[in-house]
Each structure stands twice: as structure tokens, then as C-alpha cells.
Ligand binder design. Structure first.
Ligand code: ADP
Ligand code: MG
Length: 719
């Protein structure tokens, strides 16, 4: 193995520059591979185009004739651009995306064909996608169905059609279906509330801009680390002498190789209509970020999923492996996918942007305070929505948002809410300027200064949007976005109901609104936290406030199955009880498998690579110690090292053995829940760190020439 390490290091010197064509103006290539609005308008009859646009806006079904026309238009467009195949592109619960290609060419008729029915629905052989028991119990077949709200695109020579994935009996088996339903729900609930202020508002669209963090490592070094290949993260590795303590990487110059890679994946993304905008180094060495301009949530999420694929492919060309894992390296920052989120009306108002107009500010405060209240009411569900095996390594680690849900709003907004709460008892007389009396007549544009840019909060207000930072870098935003939009929809419904009740009792509308908001401010105070989310004090303080700190996924996802959560999903028609249950089952099964894989990788590397290396080195030392003794020279230092090595070998061997026994015991369990808890508490929590600690100590003791694994300092300082 140590040979593999040195061969990999040698390959580094053979890397040469990959040529990247300079793009013409971005505006010339942007969206050239998308069958978007413009392309549809150009290729469809005006009446058909109008029908499609209306159906998209109103979340309605598209009829057969219209679908036929769209299919014909899309086929002509795609074939003219060199397409040979089409595929339904969907997002199963395995994470990532799935596709099955069919040729346009029909050998029977000898021509290329694409019918509306093929656009609308397909039956992929889905029997090997996880279904949490739904399919085996109810129906073996599933089908994919066109999502017209996300445009088709040409990827390579294949026309990709964004679709949902549903079992034959109607249960959803993907991350997109519940998301679309939650977005419909938040549209309805938010519009109703908006109409208390402005009857012209007919729709509210949720927006998402997701900042994607990732690490880049050289392909040869990656291949020489079986743990990276198998688990996506390093299970061993001593921190490098120089980590991120110099804080010199963040916003530093981008290494040349990575810069070329970035330029190329950006060009490919632009062609696909992905509005990539920002690129920079992140905090840890070899960590980077890409952020697009925000878009409607469903489209933004499709774009994020697609972009991750583009990034992987372009990375290969540049001999880079891109790590989307939340915590590929211990002791360095993990990676997240900050979900910047807001609600925007069809009249163009961002409901989370304070303005100079007092009336609009009451609307802003309504959404602002209701959202905080929603997080307060459903904190555990929100926590559950970002639970993945990999995110567990990041959340609560001392440089990532904690697993405790809280909301940061900054000092200016804190002052506004305090004022509103305090002045709430002020009597408003006829003819008074209510806004002035309540101190909400003037909310300045929120400019968050450096101290206000709290990076430690899992859910932060950033001036005109909320930023849900706890989402993991490898995750699909579908589930977190489903939950966030759903809980806000529910809270908006409750708000509307409470306000209407007061109005019915004769309270003036604006006063009724303020009264309910005041109540919400008081009730949701415990979820607000402005301090350092990484600190131990916060953990204690949060416990005092009664906020949960659920560190591991198997425990966190229980919140999906609570009575309140199930009722919420069903009430808004987002998921049935059966669907939620099936999803939890899938998540727990995947958790077990992932921990199992890691445990095997750890065991194999430790016992078959690390221990033999340590023993061989120890033998050299023993020869040395005996030689010294024969010469009458003091050998105490060498003997001490020999003993230290023995100690670590003991810990490693006995821990790996105990871990194997524990797994044998757990594998006999048939209850998925108990098994997942066991893998979490009795395998991962109990042994992973103990074994790692001794392996990492050995890394410091054993001769560098003999060490089999590529070291952190080699992996991380890409130039
Ligand atoms: P910051 O650096 O303050 O986090 P940026 O302007 O870089 O903010 O934006 C980060 C992400 O937030 C980008 O993807 C951006 O498009 C997105 N964003 C900006 N405004 C909104 C909004 N109103 N709704 C959703 N996302 C937004
Ligand atoms: Mg940000």
C-alpha cells in the first residue's frame, strides 16, 4: 500500500494544464441547451404556449393535445441540436438523480418519434430503487410523470425531462413530488395572507439560492485512499501541521488547476441554464464554493442536482475528484449547502425585504415573524429534514452549525421585534398613525455588518432572505425545502385564522394583525439566538430553554413520525402517513448500510494495512533497541516508542474485534429502528473515534516512508 501512496504522489508531477475554451459572452451561451420559455414560445402555436404557461403557473394538469404539441416541439428542437435519445430524469430517495434513456428512432416506422404520452409518463423498471416497503406491499411497478414546471434540457445527446417518480398505487417515491406539493401549499397560504394587504397578489413563489461547498482532491491521491473511494470521507488521517489556522485560504487566490476546472464547469452549467454566479475558496484548504443566482425552488433544486453531476464530470476531465461529503476531513471545516430562501409575490415583492413604506413593512413583519414562529413550532421536524448519515459528522462539530435549531435575526431586527413587543399595549386611537405608535413606521434597509454576519447559526436572516445553513453539501434540497415551505404554510394558515377571528370580533384589521404578531414574538422567543452557535455555553443555554439537540440521524428522523408531523403532512396533502413511514424506513436502512460500510472500511484498513505497517516498523525499532543495548548505549527512548506502538496496536485490534461482534449482534435484529439505533450508538459512537485516535497516533510514530495512506498534507494542498 505504501507503494500506492508514493506512486500516486509521483503522478501529481505529471499533471498538465487542461485546455478550457474561453467562452464567448455568457449571454450567448446561457440556456442554449434548455427547452425553456423562449424555445417553447418559438416552437409552439401561441394558443398551446398560453395553455402550458397557465398550467405551470396554476399547478394544473396539461391535457393530451397540449402534451402532444409540446413533445413534437421538444423533439424537433432536440434533434436539430444532435439529440438521439430522451429520458425521464428523476430524483429517487437514493439521493442523486436517475435516468433511463430511450431512442427517438422508431425502427418500425423508420423515423424519429416522440409522443405526448411518452413525454407525460414512463414506466422505468424501478424495482431496485428503495421504496421502504411501499412497492413490495402494494404494487411492483412505478412510473415517472412529467414536471412541466422545470424545463427540459439537452445533456450530451439526450433530451432530459424532469419528472416525479410515483408507485403504481400513487405513493410518491422521490424527493420532488412532496416538494411540488409543499410549494403549492405555501403559494396558497401565503397568497391568502398577502390578500389581507393587497388583493392584486394572486400567487407567491418560493425562491432558493443554494451555495454549494465542496472539496477538490487529485484523482490519483483519491484512488490511493480506499476510505475516500468507499465512504466519501477519510476515516483516518492526522491533522496536517498547517490546517486552516492561518485563515489564509478563504477568499484567497484559487489554485490554477481548480480555477481551470471551475471555468469549465461554469461554462457547461450556463449552457444548461444554471445561473452560476459566484466562486471562491472556502475556509479549509482545498475547499471551494459555487453559488448560483436564486430561482424558483423546484427549478433551483433541479439545477443544483444537475450542477453536481456536471461538476463531477468536468472534474474527471481535470483529474480532480470532487468531494461533496459533509465532512471528508476531520479537524477541518465541513461542507454545507446553504439554502437561501424567500417568498416573492407575483407582483414582484420579496416578502422578506423590509422597505421604506410602513404598510409594506407590516406585510414584511407578518412573514418575518410567522417564519420564526414556524421554526419554533417545528424545530424538530426541520432538524429531521436535514438528517443524513454524513451530515451527522458535520452538525455540532465545533465548526459547523449545531444540531440545535435556532434563528438568528441580527441586532436591528431584534430591536424592531423588542419595540413591537413592548409597544404592543399602546392604545391606538382613531386617526393615530398606528405604525409610528408601534415603532414600525421605519425599518431601515437591513445592512448586516461584519459582526452581524453570524456564521454559526443554522437558520439566519440575512437582510432580505433566510439562510438555512444546516443543509448538508451532498444532500438534495428537496426534503429541507419541503419541510420549510410546509411549516411556513401551516403557520401562515394559523396566522390568517387568528387574524380573521379578531376581525370578526370587531378589531380593526391592522390592529388584529399586530396583536397576533405580538403574541407570536412572545411565544417564539426561545428559538431566537444571536450568540456563538459553536460554543459550549449555547449547548447548555439551549437545554435550559428546552430546545432539542439531536445529534444523530436515526434519532432525529423520529420527528417525521410524530403525531403533529403526520397530521401536518396529511393536512397539506404533501405526504400520506404511509409515505412518511416508508421514507423513514428508507432513511434508516440507508443509515445502517452506510455505517456498515464505514465500519468495514475502518476494520479493513486498520487491521490489514495500519497494524502490519506498525508491526513492521516496530520490528525495525526492536532490532535498533537490541543493537543499542549490545553497544551499551541507552535505548530508553526507543523502548518507549516500541511500547507506545504496542499500546495503540492493542487498542486497534481489540476495538475492531469488539466492533465486529457488535455488528454481528445487530445484524440479527429485524426491527429497522433498533438496528439503526444500534449502528449509531453501539458501533459508530462507541468505536469509530477510538480506533481513529490510535491510528492517527501511529501515523505520527511510524516512519513516513512506510506509511500506507496518503496523508492529509498531501491530499489537501493542491496547487
Ligand atoms: P451572502 O453572501 O450574503 O450569503 P449572496 O448575495 O452571495 O449573499 O447570496 C447567496 C445566495 O442567496 C445566492 O445564491 C443568491 O442568489 C441567493 N439569494 C439572494 N437573494 C435571495 C432571495 N431573495 N431569495 C432566495 N435566495 C436569494
Ligand atoms: Mg451566504
Amino acid at each position: 500500500m505504501s507503494q500506492l501512496r508514493f506512486e500516486a504522489l509521483k503522478q501529481l508531477s505529471t499533471r498538465h494544464k487542461v485546455h478550457v475554451d474561453s467562452p464567448p459572452n455568457i449571454s450567448k451561451i446561457f440556456g442554449e441547451n434548455v427547452f425553456g420559455n423562449e424555445q417553447m414560445r418559438a416552437s409552439l402555436a401561441p394558443a398551446i404556449f398560453k395553455k402550458v404557461s397557465a398550467a405551470i403557473k396554476n399547478h394544473e394538469k396539461i391535457d393530451e393535445t397540449t402534451a402532444d404539441a409540446v413533445a413534437a416541439g421538444a423533439k424537433t428542437w432536440a434533434i436539430a441540436k444532435g439529440a438521439t435519445h430522451f429520458t425521464h430524469w428523476f430524483q429517487p430517495m437514493t439521493g442523486g438523480t436517475a435516468e433511463k434513456h430511450d431512442s427517438f428512432f422508431d425502427a418500425l416506422s423508420g423515423i424519429e418519434r416522440f409522443k405526448g404520452s411518452e413525454l407525460v409518463q414512463q414506466e422505468p423498471d424501478a424495482s431496485s430503487f428503495p421504496s421502504g416497503g411501499i412497492r413490495s406491499t402494494f404494487e411492483a411497478r412505478g412510473y415517472t410523470a412529467w414536471d412541466p414546471t422545470s424545463p427540459m434540457f439537452l445533456y450530451g445527446r439526450t433530451l432530459c425531462i424532469p419528472t416525479i417518480f410515483v408507485s403504481y398505487t400513487g405513493e410518491t417515491l422521490d424527493t420532488k413530488s412532496p416538494l411540488l406539493k409543499a410549494l403549492k401549499s405555501v403559494d396558497a397560504s401565503a397568497t391568502k395572507v398577502c390578500q389581507l394587504f393587497d388583493k392584486d397578489i394572486q400567487h407567491v413563489v418560493a425562491s432558493l439560492g443554494s451555495e454549494q461547498e465542496y472539496f477538490a482532491v487529485d484523482e490519483a491521491l483519491y484512488m490511493a485512499r480506499p476510505d475516500l473511494v468507499m465512504a466519501g470521507r477519510t476515516v483516518f488521517g492526522h491533522a496536517p501541521a498547517r490546517g486552516q489556522q492561518l485563515e489564509d485560504h478563504y477568499f484567497g487566490t484559487i489554485p490554477a488547476r481548480v480555477y481551470d476546472f471551475m471555468r469549465e464547469f461554469e461554462i457547461e452549467s450556463w449552457k444548461l441554464g444554471i445561473p452560476v454566479r459566484t466562486r471562491h475558496n472556502e475556509v479549509a484548504p482545498s475547499q471551494f464554493e459555487v453559488a448560483p443566482l436564486f430561482e424558483e425552488v423546484n427549478v433551483a433544486n433541479d439545477h443544483n442536482q444537475l450542477m453536481m453531476d456536471v461538476i463531477n464530470r468536468v472534474g474527471e476531465k481535470h483529474k480532480l475528484k470532487i468531494l461533496f461529503h459533509e465532512k471528508p476531513f476531520a479537524g477541518l471545516n465541513g461542507s454545507g449547502k446553504h439554502n437561501n430562501w424567500s417568498l416573492i409575490t407575483d407582483t414582484g415583492v420579496n416578502l422578506y425585504a423590509p422597505t421604506g413604506s410602513a404598510r409594506d413593512n407590516l406585510l414584511f413583519l407578518t412573514f418575518f415573524i410567522t417564519t420564526i414562529k414556524a421554526v419554533h413550532e417545528y424545530a424538530d421536524l426541520l432538524r429531521a429534514s436535514i438528517a443524513t448519515p454524513a451530515n451527522d459528522f458535520r452538525l455540532g462539530a465545533n465548526e459547523a452549525p449545531p444540531a440545535i435549531m435556532s434563528v438568528f435575526i441580527g441586532s436591528q431586527m431584534t430591536a424592531v421585534l423588542d419595540e413591537l413587543e413592548k409597544k404592543g399595549n399602546v392604545k391606538i386611537e382613531k386617526g393615530d398613525n398606528m405604525y409610528m405608535k408601534l415603532g414600525i413606521d421605519q425599518i431601515p434597509e437591513i445592512i448586516l455588518d461584519a459582526t452581524d454576519r453570524n456564521r454559526t447559526s443554522p437558520f439566519a436572516f440575512t437582510g432580505n432572505k433566510f439562510e438555512f445553513r444546516a443543509v448538508g453539501s451532498s444532500d438534495n434540497c428537496g426534503t429541507p425545502m419541503t419541510v420549510l415551505n410546509l411549516i411556513v404554510a401551516e403557520q401562515l394558515d394559523n396566522f390568517y385564522e387568528a387574524v380573521t377571528k379578531e376581525i370578526d370580533k370587531g378589531t380593526e384589521k391592522r390592529i388584529a394583525i399586530v396583536n397576533v404578531l405580538r403574541k407570536y414574538i412572545k411565544e417564539s422567543k426561545s428559538i431566537r439566538f444571536e450568540g456563538d452557535g459553536y460554543s459550549d455555553e449555547w449547548v447548555k443555554e439551549a437545554a435550559k430553554r428546552g430546545l432539542n439537540n439531536i445529534k444523530n440521524m436515526p434519532h432525529a428522523v423520529n420527528a417525521f413520525m410524530s403525531k403533529e408531523s403526520l397530521a401536518l403532512f396529511e393536512k397539506h396533502d404533501v405526504m400520506s402517513h404511509k409515505e412518511v413511514e416508508a421514507r423513514n424506513e428508507i432513511k434508516l436502512e440507508s443509515y445502517i448500510k452506510k455505517v456498515q460500510i464505514e465500519a468495514r472500511v475502518i476494520g479493513d484498513l486498520a487491521v490489514n494495512h495500519i497494524v502490519p505497517t506498525a508491526v513492521a516498523y516496530q520490528n525495525k525499532l526492536i532490532v535498533n533497541a537490541n543493537g543499542l543495548k549490545g553497544l551499551g548505549v541507552d535505548n530508553k527512548a526507543v523502548v518507549k516508542t516500541i511500547k507506545e506502538i504496542s499500546g495503540h496496536i492493542d487498542i486497534i485490534t481489540s476495538s475492531v474485534n469488539k466492533m465486529i461482534e457488535e455488528r454481528k449482534r445487530l445484524n440479527k435484529l429485524s426491527d429497522t429502528h433498533k438496528k439503526a439505533y444500534g449502528y449509531c450508538d453501539d458501533v459508530k459512537e462507541k468505536y469509530f473515534d477510538v480506533i481513529r485516535d490510535s491510528v492517527d497516533k501511529l501515523e505520527l510514530l511510524v516512519d513516513d516512508e512506510d506509511w500506507p495512506l496518503v496523508k492529509y498534507r498531501e491530499l489537501l494542498f493542491l496547487r
